[in-house]
Design a protein around this ligand. Structure first.
Ligand code: C2E
Ligand code: CA
Ligand code: CA
Length: 645
């Protein structure tokens, strides 16, 4: 059963119906006063042409006219926007009611006039017709209501004409019937058009809403870290940019902290990714709980989190936040009945007059983090003038390395690796030296790291190898060249082929070349360095595991890969003549290597006592200041002869 509302406004949904009602009201508002004016004119016209000047206060005409004038004024002042749907509906129902009352009143009164003034019948009917058509036209925006004047007033008038004497009257009656039909048809189409208009408007709005929702969801996805729900790097950067940058500089006082979980990788490796995810989520939650109300909390990398305080912090507050971040990570994380433990290192920076860009801002925090890690993890460090100085030097070095001049300042020095039994030189290790015009001597670790950061280490090292091979070409054929490879270099596919090409272009056979690699080359990814190393070994080159004992993974490296020689880090040798524990450790390491059929080299042998001890323990080779400082080529050859004699 259709409700009156459904009957008046046929729509597919309630929302569409509401829109139809509003649309109808909008359409009607302006023309309703005019409609009442038309009705009033016809009423008065009919009165003048019948009762004429005779005016009686209490008569149907006065009542009807008063009603019309009141409705006209009412609608004239009803121009304000009406959002209240029930108020609109009330108006529309009232409109229907008055339309029925007025049309019926008009019809009854016209009938009474015709009875009293039969000779004026045509005029009365003409006014009736005009009133019916005028009212229907005025209500055209509300088709279901517009039909009422036609039914209540139009049809009786047409019927009356049809049954009157005279062909002219009947002709008029037929014509009026046709006009009424035409009008009804028009109203029907209008109704359809209104429904379609609202329907289309709705479809458009739905599409628009869907597009807006999709865009918002896409933006959310692009801005959020999926695992933790925190802001991601992109959002953090835009937050810094939107809220802080003035011109290109970051507003002074704001604070950025970057923290990196310590021990995350071992926990992830030991307990699996689900445990790793739980750690990241829990730490993220703890950060939000502690600082979410004052800072933007973001996950900006694997186990890297960032906190950004746009409004700045006092020195005391910074210290407090730093301590709390460390404390938050130190509490154990429960996962499947286990207690997982990680730690965090954190770098903090406060934007100052020299924070020229957001990338500079991030770099400062990164730099402080790096220093915190270097100082032994589980601590936070504030970016200060010392670090600023270091950063300045770092960027200056980068500038020099990217230029062409620095290669003229590079040189190679060579340090002998001596056989403990025969005291003969077995290999000469090539070590790079950079004497910069601007900075003086720059240590190899410093410029090698800078070259790694710039992604130019392979290029640089291949060039150094070329020079070392040039020197080695002139050496005794029993002396090989030992050359250091950077971890970043050997971790790249194709590294071995390029190195072999350099070797083959020289006068030195691959069997005289030894490449030294450290365990850091295998920490992140082992399959590529393993393959590259095998290619070098298959070509006849030897591979030495350098700095054995200085890191954490040395023994696992020995298990994973077949090295031709192992070099004990200088830190193991330092105390052997004084400390029996050191001696015990070195002795067992020598035995370990021998058990793996791998000869070993002791580095940093500085005294005859150290050398004698190592020889007695069965160490195969030794290297260090005791045999000579690293020296330029000519002098090295001289030293070598001294040993051979
Ligand atoms: P490393 O391969 O462990 O080289 C041994 C370092 O110990 C050298 O430092 C050497 O000068 C120093 N040394 C030698 N004997 C003694 C000693 O008796 N006592 C002490 N205290 N030190 C001694 P250097 O030349 O400063 O090189 C440092 C590191 O830089 C090297 O460590 C190596 O990893 C890297 N490096 C040097 N040259 C190159 C190169 O051409 N390419 C690459 N990729 N890395 C290089
Ligand atoms: Ca080395
Ligand atoms: Ca070494």
């Amino acid at each position: 059963m259709l409700s009156p509302l459904q009957l008046l406004f046929p729509a597919t949904s309630a929302r569409e119906r509401c829109e139809q009602i509003r649309e109808t009201f909008r359409g009607l508002r302006k023309q309703i006063p005019l409609l009442y004016a038309v009705a009033l004119t016809n009423l008065v016209g009919m009165h003048v042409s019948t009762d004429g000047a005779e005016f009686v206060w209490i008569s149907p005409i006065t009542w009807l006219s008063a009603l019309l004038v009141w409705r006209m004024i009412y609608w004239l002042f009803l121009q304000a926007d009406r959002d209240d749907l029930s108020a609109i509906l009330r108006e529309l129902y009232r409109l229907i009611f008055f339309t029925v009352v007025l049309c019926a009143g008009f019809a009854i009164w016209a009938q009474s006039l015709i009875t009293r003034y039969p000779d004026q019948t045509e005029i009365i009917l003409l006014y009736g017709t005009l009133a019916a058509l005028g009212a229907a036209y005025g209500l055209a925006s509300f088709p279901r209501a517009a039909i009422l004047p036609l039914l209540i007033l139009g049809i009786p008038v047409a019927g009356r004409l049809l049954f009157m004497d005279g062909a002219a009257n009947r002709g008029l009656g037929v014509s009026l019937c046709l006009v009424l039909m035409l009008f009804m048809r028009l109203l029907y189409t209008h109704n359809e058009a209104l429904a379609a208009l609202v329907g289309n408007k709705f479809a458009l709005k739905r599409e628009h809403d869907r597009a807006v929702r999709a865009e918002r969801a896409a933006r959310e996805r692009a801005d959020r870290d999926v695992l933790t729900g925190l802001a991601n790097r992109a959002l953090l950067l835009s937050e810094i940019e939107n809220r802080l940058t003035i011109g290109s500089a970051v507003r002074e006082g704001s604070v950025l902290a970057i923290s990196d979980l310590d021990g995350f990788k071992p926990a992830n490796d030991a307990f699996g990714h689900a445990a790793g995810d739980a750690i990241l989520r829990e730490f993220g939650d703890r950060l939000v709980e502690a600082f979410g109300s004052e800072a933007v909390v973001a996950r900006i990398g694997g186990d890297e989190f960032a906190l950004f305080w746009p409004d700045g912090l006092s020195a005391e507050a910074i210290a407090n936040r730093g301590d709390r971040i460390i404390d938050l990570a130190s509490r154990p994380i429960s996962w499947e009945g286990k207690k997982l433990r990680v730690g965090v290192s954190c770098g903090v920076t406060q934007a100052g007059p020299r924070t020229h860009s957001q990338s500079e801002f991030l770099r400062q925090a990164d730099s402080a983090l790096y220093k915190a890690k270097e100082a032994g993890k589980g601590a936070w460090r504030l970016y200060d003038s010392t670090l600023l100085e270091l950063d300045w030097r770092r960027s200056e070095l980068e500038r020099l390395l990217l230029g062409r001049e620095f290669k003229h300042e590079l040189a190679m020095v060579y340090q002998p690796i001596v056989c403990c039994d025969s005291s003969r030189i077995h290999f000469l290790e090539a070590l790079a030296r950079w004497k910069s015009a601007d900075f003086g001597d720059i240590s190899p670790p410093e410029f090698i790291r800078t070259a790694e950061r710039l992604g130019m280490i392979s290029q640089l090292n291949e060039w150094l190898l070329e020079r070392a091979l040039e020197s080695a070409g002139a050496w005794d054929h029993e002396v090989g060249l030992s050359f250091n490879l950077s971890a970043a270099q050997i971790g790249r596919e194709g590294a071995a082929d390029r190195l072999l090409e350099v070797v083959r272009n020289s006068d030195v056979s691959p069997s005289r070349v030894q490449f030294e690699v450290t365990e850091t080359a295998f920490l992140a990814e082992i399959s590529i360095p393993r393959r590259e190393i095998e290619i070098l070994q298959n070509a006849g080159c030897r591979i030495a595991l350098d700095d054995f004992g200085a890191g954490h993974a040395s023994i696992s490296c020995l298990l994973e890969l077949a090295f031709d020689v192992v070099k004990f880090d200088g830190c193991l040798i330092r105390n052997i003549e004084r400390c029996s524990r050191s001696r015990g450790i070195v002795l067992s390491l020598i035995e370990l290597c021998h058990a793996a059929n791998t000869p070993c080299v002791a580095e940093h042998v500085e005294t005859i006592e150290q050398f004698e001890l190592l020889r007695a323990m069965g160490c195969d080779f030794a290297q260090g200041y005791h045999f000579g400082q690293p020296q330029p080529d000519g002098q090295v050859v001289h030293t070598r002869r001294a040993f051979l004699e």
